[in-house]
Design a protein around this ligand. Structure first.
Ligand code: ANZ
Ligand code: ZN
Length: 877
């Protein structure tokens, strides 16, 4: 038969799916719903291979669930705001809007060529005014509900991108996009009150049992709940600036109070400011350490530095005991009270600090089994379990008992009218700052009036549309530079006023797009609650683990905010979450260190392993480590090239084979070629089967011979395993079962002679099952095969993409043989396979006939044979 021609078949089937609109999901469909969503792409200009993996994973599930009879929602759109569009405008003088929509058109064409079962009728881009109009409305709803606020605070300023960044977007003290060292600035900005939901966002993680544990753990850590005690330390008046009398600290280790050696406050603490007013050296120190970023990583790795303010604090359990108060660079203003007491023996930062300033340490927790007298701390703090020592009334207690005792005593002790200690729960999570000083984003719909302050844009004036006549001839925010856009009259007093020129963080756009997909046609509201509540949550969300914190946490918050403002009636947007691995590739380098693309390299496998040379020149190429595909390392492959050369089905099959979907997959040309050969093999297999099964009876035979039964068993076993494999997203395992079944099937087909009618019927059944099994992974090939079956009177009319998933005949899954371990005198000597129905005398005979058993008995008589049903046979000699 002829070779399967993907280049001809793939576009043909894609057109047919489109014309028949089979992947369009209707909101009035009464079947149970299943919502599959992959993280929507940023329209950078080209689909990369990671997208192909991401969307293929979702597509397999979507196609499978459709075959299982669900009303599948599988939409696609564009996360279209963001900085690259502005950079393109600056570098190439193209308008951000034109650049973005051109990219969308190009990428949409690429996505179509992958053969995804997407409902394009719901497509939108977040930069469409018809989308962001609703986002602006929700912002105003949140403002009214106290979930959005204007706040003045220290902000992460990215000096290269000239914008504010959220804490989440500062990685190792640098902007996540620009890589520039982030500066701290005092600015007013808009925040979403995500902290109002801190506890709820934390508690609800327990219920997300179809999320990866590691993602839940990352969110837990990010939210960072800790239980502790707020303690008011009195300050010695003789040492303290006017107007200050106490220092409030937050501690999670009140048990270690008797090990305290110093107090430390943040450079931004009011007490530090007060002390610096009269102390120029301290002021200089403060200015110096403020240059460092507030990112946790920077603080953790920077050398500990402090400056003694001269102020002395009084120990809460001993009025004659005072502690020096330092300004220190490792205390954050944003956390707790911006002040701590330091217990060096049990906290590494504190220990590094005292070792530098010679303040000493006293251990107060002694590990079980250690002699307190010989327990000394030098360079490593002890943060483990143990009993209290050197701690007066706490001595001998466990840490937990001591914490409780200290809390109780300080809670009941009053100074002024207030207790000295107060239990408190603290969260690391900060409110989400959303103001960005950028043009290409969703305008924040408020107006600043000199008389009325902040005035919301009236609903009737939404959307606040981005102007298109902007210029990027100077750095900063093009919206702010626009000659007229920001000048408006105040909706309240009619006086002169100015629009807010900040736009929203693009993470806002992606925090609710999944909800918009449920009814993107609603012009009057972000969602149609009845529809959204029925179609949500997303049953399976798929995307990269790089979004484990930012996007997933924001979406969980935003869903709650939408609930609070009446747009939706659920809390959790994503019932199932799957984080896929990356596509990685070897790197190739010339002798001068420059990287070359895989397509330029020829690999030969010789006696000394693999050798690489440059195509054309033949110059030696160094094969480097396997790394994430990146432009700089030139180890990328272009999906367009792969699809043009091999077809989409091969790319899809390759993406799913070898590695579990949550692990990295190594791109390998050899294996892609292997996938390509497998496509041809399947095609041949089906066309061969058609020839042999042509005369098959249409009615199911009353009985099947051994050969027909064996084939049917193989087909239904594969069906069973692939079904559960897809349900569990174990796609690589499914592929292995399909290969195994294809092998067994082709053996049957190679037998000489024309098959008897019952076997012919079984061959037809097996062909149908096989084609359906691989149809979620290789849908084009499957359509082509399905059509051939139908044209030869062996299959069903219509598209395989619309066929019901085959029914498993459970009777055929029963194993008819079993394998038992054979032991002689308790030692394993081999295995025996017998019929499941075999009786003990039969099993015994089979075992004693084994050479390995005779050898082990070495002529000794058999005294007894013990049979553990279905598992072990032990021969005692
Ligand atoms: C005394 C102490 C003794 C502490 C000890 C720890 C160990 P988590 O668990 O993350 O909540 N801390 C409090 N506020 C701080 C701030 N603004 N900047 C830097 N550090 C701060 O951490 C709570 C602990 O971190 C607190 O408990 C405090 O140090 C420190 F053996 O108090 B601890
Ligand atoms: Zn006004």
């Amino acid at each position: 038969s002829e070779r399967y021609n993907a280049r001809d078949a793939e576009p043909r089937w894609q057109r047919q799916w489109d014309e028949q609109a089979i992947f369009v999901s209707r909101n009035d469909d009464s079947r149970p719903k299943y919502y599959v969503l992959e993280m929507f792409p940023y329209p950078s200009g080209r689909i990369h291979i990671g997208h192909v993996r991401n969307y293929t994973l979702g597509d397999v599930l979507a196609r499978f669930m459709r075959a299982k009879g669900y009303n599948v929602l599988h939409p696609m759109g564009w996360d279209a705001f963001g900085l690259p569009a502005e950079n393109a405008a600056i570098e190439r003088k193209v308008a951000p809007k034109a650049w973005t929509y051109d990219n969308i058109a190009a990428m949409k064409k690429q996505l179509r060529s992958i053969g995804l079962s997407l409902d394009w009728s719901r497509e939108f881009a977040t930069c469409d005014p018809s989308y962001y109009k609703h986002q602006q409305k929700m912002f105003l709803d949140m403002l009214a509900a106290g979930l959005a606020e204007r706040e003045k605070r220290k902000l992460n300023w990215d000096p290269v991108d000239m914008t504010v960044l959220a804490n989440e977007q500062v990685i190792d003290g640098r902007g996540w996009r620009s890589g520039a060292v982030v500066e701290q600035r005092d600015m007013s900005q808009w925040v979403f009150k995500i902290t109002k939901y801190a506890q709820e966002l934390l508690s609800a993680l327990d219920g997300l049992d179809r999320w990866p544990d590691k993602v839940r753990l990352m969110q837990r850590n990010w939210i960072g709940r800790s239980e502790g005690l707020l303690i008011r330390f009195a300050l010695d008046p003789a040492t303290t600036p006017e107007g200050e009398s106490e220092l409030k600290i937050f501690t999670t280790r009140p048990d270690t109070l008797f090990g305290a050696k110093f107090m430390a406050i943040s450079a931004d603490h009011p007490l530090a400011q007060a002390a610096a007013a009269k102390n120029p050296k301290l002021a200089a120190f403060i200015a110096d350490i403020k240059k460092i970023g507030t990112a946790q990583e920077i603080i953790d790795t920077a050398e500990k530095q402090g400056f003694d303010t001269g102020i002395r604090a009084v120990h809460p359990f001993d009025p004659s005991w005072t502690l020096p108060v330092y300004v220190a660079n490792f205390v954050l203003i944003e956390y707790g009270t911006g002040a701590i007491f330091g217990c060096p023996a049990h906290d590494q930062r504190d220990l590094d600090f005292v070792n530098k300033y010679g303040l000493g340490n006293t251990p107060v927790v002694c590990p079980e089994g250690q002699d307190p007298k010989s327990f000394v701390i030098t360079d490593t703090a002890y943060d483990g379990d143990g009993r209290m020592i050197n701690s007066r009334f706490l001595d001998g207690m466990t840490i937990e008992q001591a914490k409780e005792e200290v809390a109780k005593r300080l809670e009941s002790e009053l100074r002024g009218n207030a207790p000295v200690g107060e239990r408190q729960v603290n969260f690391r999570l900060r409110d989400w700052g959303i103001s960005r000083q950028r043009y290409w984003g969703c305008p924040i719909p408020v107006i600043h009036c000199p008389k009325c302050d902040v005035v919301p844009v009236p609903d009737a004036d939404l959307p606040v549309v981005l102007p298109e006549d902007v210029s990027f001839d100077r750095p900063g925010n093009a919206l702010d530079h626009h000659p007229t856009w920001k000048h408006v009259t105040c909706p309240q007093c009619g006086g002169k006023a100015q629009r807010e020129t900040d736009t929203m963080d693009t993470f806002v756009d992606s925090s609710w797009y999944f909800a918009r997909f449920t009814d993107p046609w609603n012009e009057n509201a972000p969602t149609t609650p009845a529809v959204a509540n029925r179609m949500l949550p997303v049953d399976q969300y798929i995307g990269g683990v790089e979004h484990a914190i930012l996007h997933l946490l924001y979406s969980r918050f935003f869903t709650r905010a939408m609930k609070a403002t009446g747009h939706i009636a659920l809390d959790e947007p994503f019932a199932g979450m799957f984080t896929q691995g990356m596509v990685v590739h070897e790197t190739y380098q010339k002798a001068d260190g420059s990287f070359v693309q895989p397509a330029e390299v020829k690999i030969e496998i010789g006696g000394n392993g693999r050798r690489a040379t440059l195509l054309g020149t033949g110059e030696d190429i160094q094969i480097g480590p396997i790394e994430k595909m990146s432009k700089s390392k030139k180890n990328t492959v272009d999906p367009d090239d792969i699809i043009a050369t091999y077809g989409a089905d091969v790319a899809r099959w390759f993406m799913l084979s070898d590695s579990p979907p949550d692990r990295d997959v190594i791109w390998s040309d050899e294996r892609v070629q292997g996938a390509s050969r497998f496509v041809q093999r399947l095609w041949r297999l089906v066309t061969d089967a058609v020839e042999l099964a042509k005369g098959a009876p249409s009615a199911r035979p009353a009985s099947f011979g051994a050969d027909a039964t064996a084939l049917r068993k193989a087909a239904h076993a594969a069906l069973d395993k692939v079904t559960t494999g897809i349900e569990r997203l174990h796609f690589n395992v499914c592929l292995a079962h399909i290969r195994e079944f294809a092998n067994a099937f082709s053996e049957v087909l190679q037998r000489p002679g024309q098959p008897a009618p019952a076997l012919a019927w079984a061959i037809r059944e097996a062909s149908q099952i096989l084609v359906q099994l691989f149809s979620p992974m290789m849908p084009h090939l499957a359509e082509e095969c399905w059509q051939v079956l139908f044209e030869n009177g062996l299959g069903q009319a219509g598209l395989v993409s619309e066929a019901d998933w085959p029914q498993i005949e459970r009777d055929l899954l029963v194993e008819d043989s079993m394998t038992l371990v054979v032991q002689v005198n308790g030692k394993k000597r081999g295995e025996v396979t017998v019929a499941t129905a075999a009786q003990n005398p039969e099993i015994e005979a089979a075992v004693l006939a084994l050479d390995a058993v005779k050898l082990a008995l070495d002529g000794k008589p058999v005294r007894k044979v013990i049979i553990v049903p279905k598992r072990i046979v032990n021969v005692v000699g």
